[in-house]
Ligand binder design. Structure first.
Ligand code: SIN
Length: 541
């Protein structure tokens, strides 16, 4: 049985800090929420590594927002719903597209300078968008946004940033979230951060997969700890692979932004032939899942290890100006993208599922809000529309704070936090980093782009064999993290096994068609007796 807490502890013996808002995670969702919350009280932000190390920093393409005269929120909504393959929360999507432009203007006021052509914003196009609507800062949009947010939080009163701390578990008291248990690696001790409003913005779980575009911090901690605390988690079978990453000899996947294809980049096979038009009417700009599977199919047919991305026709000046980061990075690998083809392969990119929330980021646990990639509010459905995620972080971060503002009354008695003591087992033979590597390989091969009953069953068998790890009682970040990865991986594989159809970011080769019977959501939670429960929500929205 899954323990309620990953460690045994006695709250009254721990060093304790209290604030009005506790924000876990420091990407766009966490920092934007923190800045808004700072006008209401004392805010603490905890990050796993340094403040810049988050998925936001790696976002290249941009932020989708209706800005052009030929565009409208209705078109943005239609594109988002179409990409989401029939299971988006329409209300959440409407909020995203309608409140998005105002939040983006706030970012501009804070100092983000999006690229312009003459007097107008230079709007890019990405897959499955029917209009040019992606604001960008060269090909380092996320980094530019993160820098402005970091500068703002550092100069903000009432905002306390705590870097390099690992949140082990959410603390709950009689069904209410009251803070978090935190491992301080420098002091090698557990600390407690208490708050009446806890906002989890811990990002996704791309690191469950061997090849991924994510920051090393994205290991599914948020989903796993919220699940242990009793939160409902939803849509975990839907995971987005990005079609184009450059796979470096060191094994780190470097994203080649979809904006490159939006600007006219073409995918080619070994013979340098275009092939995407045979797979989708939008050809190279089809939905990510379609492009990804087409690439896998071409690689299998031609027995090759990669596909090629061709930018050569775009002209040297344009390429260097529009994609300076990609140009310089690949130059280090002796690839001149103005003259050479780029070898690309798909990699794990974005987690559509997560902790189930309403349109204000509220979960089924009082006092616990979740926003950003860790949340599942239904805006992404089965497949997120490109460049909607930075926007989601802004819009729903703002809504969390507006909702939390109206919350009143909170009393907390530390002695009433129930802890469930468990016996530590023999840790001999438990190998953390080897198991982590194996898990990532298993997930990529068996729970990745193409799934089947056999592959998912094999993955679950591997995950179940790691059960003794949960008796491993050491204060070690790597051990906590691996436990969280195993919990998140198990939930994803189980959901993928249960969903007997293919939709968006979930493809079963044994059930390759979309099936209306499955138009809904799988929701996992733990019962009071800590037994796994699965609920089906059919026509939720
Ligand atoms: C990209 O630049 O291709 C990534 C954008 C996104 O995932 O939204």
């Amino acid at each position: 049985m899954l323990p309620r807490y990953l460690v045994n502890f006695n709250l009254s013996e721990l060093e304790t800090q209290t604030s009005d808002f506790l924000i876990i995670g420091g990407g766009v969702a966490g920092l934007f929420t923190a800045l808004k919350a700072a006008s209401l009280g004392e805010v603490t932000v905890i990050t796993k590594l340094s403040l810049e190390e988050c998925n936001t920093s790696y976002a290249q393409g941009g932020i989708a927002s209706v800005m052009g005269e030929d565009d409208s929120t209705i078109l943005h909504m239609e594109d988002t719903l179409e990409a989401g393959a029939g299971i988006c929360n329409q209300r959440a999507v409407q909020i995203l597209v309608e409140e998005g432009p105002a939040r983006v203007r706030e970012l501009m006021e804070m100092g983000v300078e999006f690229d312009r052509t003459n007097q107008h914003y230079a709007l890019g196009r990405e897959g499955a968008h029917s209009r040019d609507r992606v604001l960008h800062v060269g090909d380092c949009t996320g980094r530019a946004i993160q820098k402005v947010l970091m500068d703002s939080v550092k100069s903000c009163d009432h905002l306390n940033i705590k870097e390099n701390l690992y949140v082990i578990d959410l603390l709950t008291d009689r069904g209410r979230c009251v803070g978090a248990l935190v491992f301080n690696p420098e002091k090698e001790r557990i600390e407690a951060y208490l708050s009446k409003t806890v906002v989890m913005a811990t990002g996704g779980m791309g690191n469950l997969f061997e090849r991924n575009t994510n920051s090393d911090v994205a290991t599914g901690d948020g989903t796993a700890m919220a699940y242990r605390a009793g939160a409902e988690v939803m849509d975990l079978e839907f995971f987005q692979f990005h079609p184009t990453v450059f796979y470096t000899p060191e094994g780190k996947a470097f994203l080649i932004s979809e904006a490159v294809r939006g600007a006219g980049g073409i995918l080619r096979n070994e013979e340098e032939e275009q092939f995407m038009i045979q797979y989708h009417p939008l050809a190279d700009l089809g939905p990510r899942d379609v492009v990804t599977r087409a690439m896998v199919s071409v690689m299998r047919k031609t027995k090759t290890k990669s596909i090629y991305l061709d930018l050569r026709h775009m002209g040297e000046d344009y390429i260097k100006r529009r994609f300076p980061n990609i140009y310089c990075t690949l130059k280090d690998y002796n690839i001149d993208i103005t003259k050479d083809l780029i070898p690309v392969v798909p990699a794990a990119h974005y987690t559509m599922g997560g902790v189930k929330t309403d349109v204000n980021g509220e979960t089924n646990i009082k006092g616990l809000f979740v926003t950003g990639e860790a949340a599942c509010n239904g805006v992404n459905g089965a497949n997120r529309l490109a460049s909607n995620s930075l926007l989601e972080g802004l819009v729903f971060g703002d809504r969390v704070v507006r909702k939390a503002k109206s919350e009143t009354g909170f009393s907390f008695n530390s002695s009433s936090v129930k802890i469930q003591a468990w016996e530590a087992g023999d840790s001999a033979g438990i190998e953390i980093s080897g198991t982590r590597d194996m898990l990532r390989k298993v997930m990529f091969g068996r729970v990745g782009i193409i799934r089947s009953y056999e592959s998912l069953d094999a993955a679950l068998q591997f995950i179940n064999q790691q059960e003794p790890l949960f008796r491993h009682n050491v204060l070690q970040k790597e051990s906590f993290e691996l436990k969280n990865m195993l919990i998140a991986a198990e939930l994803m594989a189980k959901a993928a096994l249960m969903r007997k159809e293919s939709r968006g970011g979930h493809f079963r080769q044994d059930f390759p068609a979309q099936n209306n019977k499955w138009r809904g959501h799988l929701v996992f939670s733990l019962s009071k007796e800590r037994k796994e429960e699965v609920n089906w929500i059919g026509t939720m929205w």
